[in-house]
Each structure stands twice: as structure tokens, then as C-alpha cells.
Design a protein around this ligand. Structure first.
Ligand code: FBP
Length: 258
């Protein structure tokens, strides 16, 4: 995971939502353009950029370390969630990936399919010496609350046990409960997942601070940065919290000064 970390911490910019949610759900005239978001990653010194292979192939400029998402789905089917492979490890590497990502919908009726595919891509990634990062999102009929401490720590532990080098999980609401999830993940890195744009900067930064205080390695974020009216300011505040351990107020103050 070292390619995506600075002093053991990292901030990854995710831009797979056009496929996962559809362009009309998340984009405006600016952020529908991949170049706009790739530029935010570069100017904001993100330690990783997450793309599907099509965007990587057509737009990636080699500036920020690349993670290619190997599976994906649209939000059109209303059945139990399942996301299957759309890109090989070999193809990801040829596009410049220094790591690969894969989403497992834990608890879905189709979880076994995703667990099996992840097992295969994890082995292939390790053969070529790159990390396999698991987005582990509990979801489906059987999952009543995807941010409960029990389910979030279950996701973290599943990541460790299936061989992920890092897990991306949702915040469980408090540093106390999230630290249990971090413990459950053992030696692997835990990244908090961003989620929909929060109502205020303080709200989102407070969650990130809570996750970092709980021992997270960092954040994988999309909408809270590239939907922000000032992405550079939000990125600066996030970095103050993640890399310099600032509290929310100080991070915001420093982000204005930059
Ligand atoms: P966001 O910060 O925008 O939530 O991005 C993180 C991410 O994991 C993306 O990689 C992915 O497309 C999205 O969240 C998944 O969203 P959802 O939870 O709605 O499926």
C-alpha cells in the first residue's frame, strides 16, 4: 500500500460515480468532465486516484498514483446488489495502475460471487506486486443498517480475512465504535468512505476526524470534494486532519489561509 501513503496516511480521490450512480445523480457541468476531477487530484496532492478502466484509458495522465476499479455496476437493477469484474488485473497494470480496487456487497444474496472474484484478483494482484483494495459495503435485504458498529466492524474483518491490503468502509458514527472496526481490520489499512455530500463542511470533517482518531489510515472520498464549490479548500482541510492531526476548526482555518 506504500504507493498510496505518505507517512502511513492517505487520501484517495474516487471518481467512479458516473458509472455507479449515473451522471445525472452526481454531476454538474464541471465535474462531469474527468479532466476537472483529475486536476483536483493533482493540485490537491491526493495520494491516489480511483477510476474505472475507460476513464483511465482515455484521460489518466500519470500524475497521481492510480487505482483501477476492477468491478462495477449501475444503479438500474433493483435486485440484490451484485458487482462483477469489468477489468482484469493485467489490463489495469497496463493502464498504469499501482493498485486495484474491488467492491464486495457483504450480506447480499450474491456475496459469494464477489468474494470468489475478489479472491482471484487478490492473487493476481499480488503476483504482479500491487495491492488489492476492498470496498466492503454491507448491502441487500439482509442488511438492515449498513453503518451499525457491528456491521462496519464485520466489513473490516472480512477485508482482513479475504486478503485485502486495505479496506474502504463506511463510518460507524463515533470514534469509539470505529476504533473497534479498525481493530477488527488488524494490520491492514482502513480508509473511511466519503458518502453523499454532507450538509456542512464541519459535519464531514468531523466524521473524518473521528475516523482518524479511531486509527484509520485515511479517507477515500469523491462527492464531498468534487461536488464542493471550492474543492481545493476542502482538500486542504482534509489533509490538515489526515496528515497533521488538526481538529476541525483549525483545519478549516488553515485551509482558508492556503
Ligand atoms: P463518495 O465519497 O462519493 O461516496 O465515493 C466513494 C465511493 O465508494 C465510490 O467509490 C463509489 O462510487 C461510491 O462511493 C459508492 O456509493 P454508494 O454507497 O452509493 O454505492
Amino acid at each position: 500500500m506504500n504507493s498510496f501513503l505518505k507517512n502511513g496516511k492517505g487520501i484517495l480521490l474516487a471518481y467512479d460515480q458516473g458509472f455507479e450512480h449515473g451522471p445525472s445523480a452526481d454531476f454538474n457541468d464541471q465535474n462531469i468532465d474527468p479532466n476537472y476531477v483529475i486536476d483536483i487530484a493533482r493540485k490537491g496532492d491526493f495520494t491516489g486516484l480511483v477510476l474505472h478502466k475507460g476513464i483511465a484509458e482515455k484521460y489518466y495522465d500519470g500524475k497521481v498514483p492510480l487505482i483501477v476499479k476492477l468491478n462495477g455496476k449501475t444503479n438500474l437493477p433493483k435486485s440484490e446488489p451484485v458487482s462483477t469484474q469489468v477489468c482484469s488485473v493485467e489490463e489495469a497494470v497496463s493502464l498504469g495502475a499501482k493498485g486495484v480496487g474491488y467492491t464486495v456487497y457483504l450480506g447480499s444474496a450474491h456475496e459469494s460471487l464477489m468474494l470468489q472474484e475478489f479472491g482471484e484478483i487478490q492473487e493476481e494482484a499480488h503476483e504482479v506486486g500491487i495491492p488489492a483494495i476492498a470496498w466492503i459495503y454491507p448491502r441487500g435485504e439482509a442488511v438492515k443498517n449498513d453503518t451499525s458498529p457491528e456491521i462496519v466492524s464485520y466489513a473490516a474483518r472480512a477485508g482482513l480475512e479475504i486478503g485485502a491490503d486495505a479496506v474502504k468502509i463506511k463510518y460507524s458514527g463515533t470514534p469509539e465504535t470505529f476504533s473497534w472496526a479498525v481493530k477488527a481490520a488488524g494490520v491492514i489499512k482502513v480508509f473511511m468512505s466519503g458518502g453523499p455530500k454532507a450538509p456542512t463542511d464541519e459535519t464531514f470533517l468531523g466524521q473524518v476526524k473521528g475516523a482518524m482518531d479511531a486509527g484509520a489510515a485515511g479517507l477515500a472520498v469523491g462527492r464531498n470534494v468534487w461536488q464542493h464549490q471550492d474543492p481545493a479548500k476542502m482538500a486542504a482541510a482534509l489533509k490538515e486532519i489526515i496528515f497533521n492531526g488538526r481538529d476541525v476548526g483549525k483545519a478549516l482555518e488553515m485551509s482558508v489561509a492556503q
